[in-house]
Design a protein around this ligand. Structure first.
Ligand code: ACO
Length: 341
């Protein structure tokens, strides 16, 4: 497969760290120094379905296609507006599509899982063009009384359309059972014959340091595996797009693989951790800044609850957009690369 189109949608409401200081025992300085996050977007009035739809429409239009051309809709999400129907089903009609549609849940690694699934459908000939959306309203799942986790997250949606091509050079997915270090329990329901689990409690629970160790080790290893499987060296990769979970995780992976800071864009300071939406949101910014050039090699890596992880190497095959939206803060740790003119 190759990427034909890309889109994104962010909620309008910006919540800066200072606003969290007003409702939590926290400090902007603590959040910025531990995570790199300055602000995040939080859904207020719009539904997550609307956000996913908006990103999907932009990606389909950017690919020069219509909804009728889409053979499969995949939405990577932790939790949509409904437990069912899926977001994918809910956006299908508005896109003018009539293809199969499903949500895919692999937490923060969901977008890479969806890319790999899209590739399998395209390779097998079961679908020609696949719409892949990463859409998350993870702030709804956060426990807003737990200052160590709720400050990390933001909402958003990013989308891509994949079609036949030879852009995806390698993928590697992993899963290892662990419901202890990062989880959020499903609502227990009110069936009079069922006993709620003893540890049933709302909100997202995380052992931050365990997740940090997992993320850094897994991501560095996954990147080495996919680069090697693609028959390449780490030094040949032009861009490393990592799940924007935490600036410290990005720094640690960069140090472990000796990556130049100028190859590791980051927007976490503006978005927070948007889970499955984070990689397509970052790629959208890089593309619209004119920094993605045809033929360049991109290595992606994401990791999250499950524990799951996914990585891939993609050769970019798409001409830059006609109008550039320069983002002068995509490389907070380094000098700016030169945009395509
Ligand atoms: N504001 C102020 N102080 C805080 C806050 C806050 N928001 N949160 C925690 N603290 C305090 C704690 O109470 C503690 O105080 P104490 O020493 O008096 O007891 C102190 O800060 C240190 O707390 P730790 O939990 O040990 O903080 P840590 O240095 O581990 O940082 C963090 C927490 C940022 C979550 C870190 O563990 C981390 O980076 N983990 C990676 C996990 C991650 O980023 N997950 C993202 C979501 S999952 C995913 O996408 C894969």
């Amino acid at each position: 497969m190759k990427i034909l189109g890309i889109g994104r949608a962010l909620p309008e409401q910006v919540i800066a760290n200072g606003q969290l200081e007003a409702i939590l025992d926290t400090l902007n300085e603590w959040i910025q120094s531990r995570t790199g996050i300055r602000e995040r977007r939080v859904l207020k009035t719009h539904s997550l379905t609307d956000l996913a739809l908006s990103a999907a429409k932009e990606a389909i239009s950017d690919a020069g296609l219509t909804g009728e051309d889409i053979g499969l809709i995949l939405v990577a999400t932790t939790l949509g507006d409904y437990l069912f129907p899926s977001i994918a089903s809910l956006i299908q009609a508005d896109l003018g599509a009539s293809c199969p549609a499903m949500d895919l849940h692999a937490a923060c690694a969901g977008f890479i899982y969806a890319l790999d699934t899209a590739d399998a459908y395209i390779r097998s000939g079961k679908a020609q063009n696949v719409l892949i959306v990463g859409a998350e309203a993870i702030t709804r799942l956060a426990d807003w009384e737990d200052r160590s986790t709720c400050v990390l997250f933001g909402d958003g949606a990013g989308a891509m359309v994949a079609g036949p091509g030879d852009g995806l050079l390698s993928t590697h997915l992993t899963a290892q059972t662990n419901s202890d270090v990062l989880y959020s329990m499903a609502p227990p329901g009110n069936c009079p014959f069922t006993q709620a689990p003893q540890n049933a409690s709302g909100g997202l629970k995380m052992k931050g340091q365990d997740v940090y160790r997992y993320a850094v080790t897994r991501s560095a290893e996954d990147l080495e595996i996919v680069v090697n499987e693609a028959g390449l060296e780490i030094s040949q990769i032009d861009w490393f797009l990592l799940h924007q979970a935490n600036r410290r995780i990005l720094d640690a992976v960069r140090a472990r693989l000796s990556l130049p800071a100028g190859k590791l864009p980051s927007n976490i300071h503006r978005t927070g951790n948007t889970s499955a939406a984070s990689i397509p949101l970052l790629m959208h910014e890089l593309y619209h800044a004119g920094l993605l050039k045809e033929g360049q090699l991109i290595a992606m890596s994401a990791f999250g609850a499950g524990l799951t992880s996914g990585a891939c190497v993609l050769r970019w095959d798409k001409a830059p957009p006609e109008t550039l939206t320069l983002a002068d803060d995509l490389f907070p740790l380094s000098q700016q690369p030169t945009p395509t003119t």
